[in-house]
Write a protein that binds this ligand. Structure first.
Ligand SMILES: Cc1ncc(COP(=O)(O)O)c(C=O)c1O
Length: 421
C-alpha cells in the first residue's frame, strides 16, 4: 500500500474511533531510522486531524492539535462534567509536566491563556517610574509589543526598538546593546521573530541583562515546541509560551515562567482565588508562594492536562528530532522558492538564525492574491505577512508537513508565476 493511502486510512480510523486508537497510534509509532525517516514522520503526521489533501503551513499562527491531545481534553472534560467538578487539584500534575518540558521549577510555572497574557503580566506587573525604558525588536508581534505600548500610554514607560539583523546573531546583540542605557529596566525579545523567523541570541542577551540587573523577558511564542526551550539554561527572568502553536496544545493554553529569585519584583496585575490567601484571624492578605500567584479564578484543567499531553507527545517523538525536521523542511522550502525567478526570501538562509519558517514574496503577484490562489486552487494554507509592510507569505514547517508538501508548494508558486506574471 502506498504511504499516502496508508496515511489516509490511519487518519480516517483516528477520526472515527478517537482516543483508544489515537493512544495506540502513539504507542505504535515506528522506530526512527535515520537512513529511512519518512515512515516515522508519516506515522507522526497521521496523528493530526487535518483533512487529507489539505496542506497546513500556519503553525506559527495556530498549531493543529494532534488527535491524542484533543481526545485527552475530551476525556478529562467528560469525566469532570459527570460530577460537575472543576478538578483544580489536577493542575499540580500538569504543572510538573510543563516544568519538566520547559526546564523550569514547578514553582516558576503559571498557566495562562496565551503568550499575550504572559507578556502582559510582565509589562503590567513590574514596577516602573516614568522614564524607565524597555527595549524590544521592531518585529515584535502585537502580543509582545502592545502590552508595552499600553505601559507607555498609562505609566510613562519609554519604548526603544531595534531592527533585527537577519544575517548575524552578533549583529542583533550589538543593535540591542546600543540601546541599553542607565534607564533601561527591561529587555524583551522574541526568541524567534514572528514575521520572518529570525532566531535571536537569547542566551547572550540574558548575559548582557544579568550583568546590568536588567529584567530579561523572552517571548518564546514561536520557539517553544519548534526547538527545545529550557528556561533555566536560557537565563531569562521570565518566559512567555504559547501552548497552541508549535507545542500542539489545546486552544487557549499558554505558560508564564518567572524566575523564583525575582518573583517578588513582578506583581500579579490580576488576582483572585489561587493567587493568594486571606488569614481570617488577622485579615491579612498574602500572595501564594511561587508562580501560582499569577493564576486566578476558575480555570479549564482539561486544557492544562491537554497541554501536558502535547508536551509528552513531543518528548516521545524527540525534541531535537522535531527541531531538525522543521529546519530541514524549511531549508527545502527556502531552496525551492529561492530558485524560482522573481521570488525574494526574507528569512535567514540557514545556520544559527534559521527557524522552521520561511517568509517570501514576489513583486509579480501581490501577496494577498498569491495567498488566495494557493488556498483556493491548491488547498495550501500559508499566512500573509503584512507586518512592517513586508507584504509577503510565511510558511511554517512542522510535524504535520512533509517534503512532498514543500515540493507541491514550490511547484504551485512556480505555476502561478508563469500563469499570472
Ligand atoms: C512572537 C509572538 N508573541 C506573541 C504571540 C501571541 O501569541 P498568543 O496567540 O499565544 O497570544 C505571537 C503569535 O503569533 C507571536 O508570534
Amino acid at each position: 500500500m502506498s504511504l499516502p493511502r496508508r496515511s489516509f486510512l490511519r487518519h480516517a480510523a483516528l477520526g472515527a474511533a478517537g482516543l483508544g486508537l489515537a493512544r495506540e497510534a502513539v504507542a505504535a509509532l515506528p522506530e526512527f531510522a535515520a537512513d529511512r525517516p519518512e515512515p516515522f514522520w508519516e506515522a507522526v503526521r497521521a496523528l493530526y486531524p487535518l483533512e487529507p489533501g489539505f496542506t497546513y503551513f500556519n503553525t506559527g499562527g495556530l498549531g493543529s492539535t494532534p488527535t491524542p491531545v484533543l481526545e485527552r481534553v475530551a476525556e478529562v472534560t467528560r469525566r469532570l462534567q459527570a460530577k460537575a467538578e472543576h478538578g483544580h487539584a489536577q493542575f499540580t500534575a500538569a504543572r510538573a509536566d510543563v516544568a519538566r518540558f520547559l526546564g523550569a521549577d514547578p514553582a516558576e510555572v503559571a498557566f495562562v491563556r496565551n503568550a499575550t497574557e504572559a507578556n502582559a503580566i510582565v509589562a503590567g506587573g513590574l514596577r516602573f517610574a516614568p522614564g524607565d525604558e524597555v527595549i524590544f525588536e521592531t518585529h515584535a508581534h502585537p502580543g509582545g509589543s502592545f502590552p508595552w505600548l499600553q505601559a507607555a500610554r498609562v505609566r510613562g514607560v519609554v519604548v526603544r526598538t531595534f531592527e533585527p539583523d537577519p544575517l548575524s546573531a552578533a549583529g542583533n546583540l550589538q543593535r540591542l546593546a546600543a540601546l541599553v542605557g542607565p534607564r533601561t529596566r527591561v529587555v524583551q525579545v522574541s526568541h524567534i521573530t514572528a514575521p520572518t523567523g529570525i532566531m535571536l541570541p537569547a542566551r547572550a542577551v540574558a548575559d548582557l541583562c544579568r550583568a546590568r540587573g536588567i529584567w530579561f523577558h523572552l517571548d518564546a511564542a514561536q520557539s517553544a515546541g519548534m526547538v527545545p526551550v529550557d528556561f533555566t539554561a536560557l537565563g531569562c527572568d521570565s518566559l512567555a509560551v504559547s501552548g497552541h502553536k508549535w507545542i500542539g496544545g489545546p486552544l487557549e493554553t499558554g505558560v508564564l515562567c518567572v524566575r523564583r529569585a525575582r518573583q517578588e519584583e513582578l506583581e500579579p496585575p490580576l488576582v483572585g482565588a489561587h493567587s493568594g490567601d486571606l488569614d481570617p484571624a488577622t485579615g491579612r492578605f498574602a500572595l501564594s508562594a511561587g508562580a501560582l500567584r499569577y493564576e486566578y479564578g476558575t480555570r479549564n484543567v482539561a486544557a492544562a492536562l491537554g497541554l501536558a499531553e502535547a508536551m509528552r507527545l513531543q518528548e516521545r517523538i524527540g525534541r531535537d528530532r522535531i527541531a531538525a525536521r522543521g529546519r530541514q523542511l524549511a531549508a527545502r522550502a527556502h531552496a525551492g522558492l529561492a530558485a524560482l525567478p522573481g521570488v525574494e526570501i526574507l528569512s535567514p538562509a540557514g545556520g544559527e538564525l534559521a527557524a522552521a519558517m520561511v517568509t517570501f514574496r514576489t513583486a509579480r503577484i501581490p501577496h494577498d492574491r498569491l495567498f488566495g490562489l494557493l488556498l483556493r486552487e491548491k488547498a495550501i494554507r500559508t499566512r500573509p505577512v503584512t507586518e512592517e509592510q513586508f507584504n509577503a507569505l510565511r510558511v511554517s514547517t512542522h510535524l504535520c508537513n512533509s517534503p512532498a508538501q514543500i515540493d507541491a508548494l514550490v511547484a504551485a508558486v512556480g505555476e502561478f508565476l508563469r500563469r499570472e506574471a
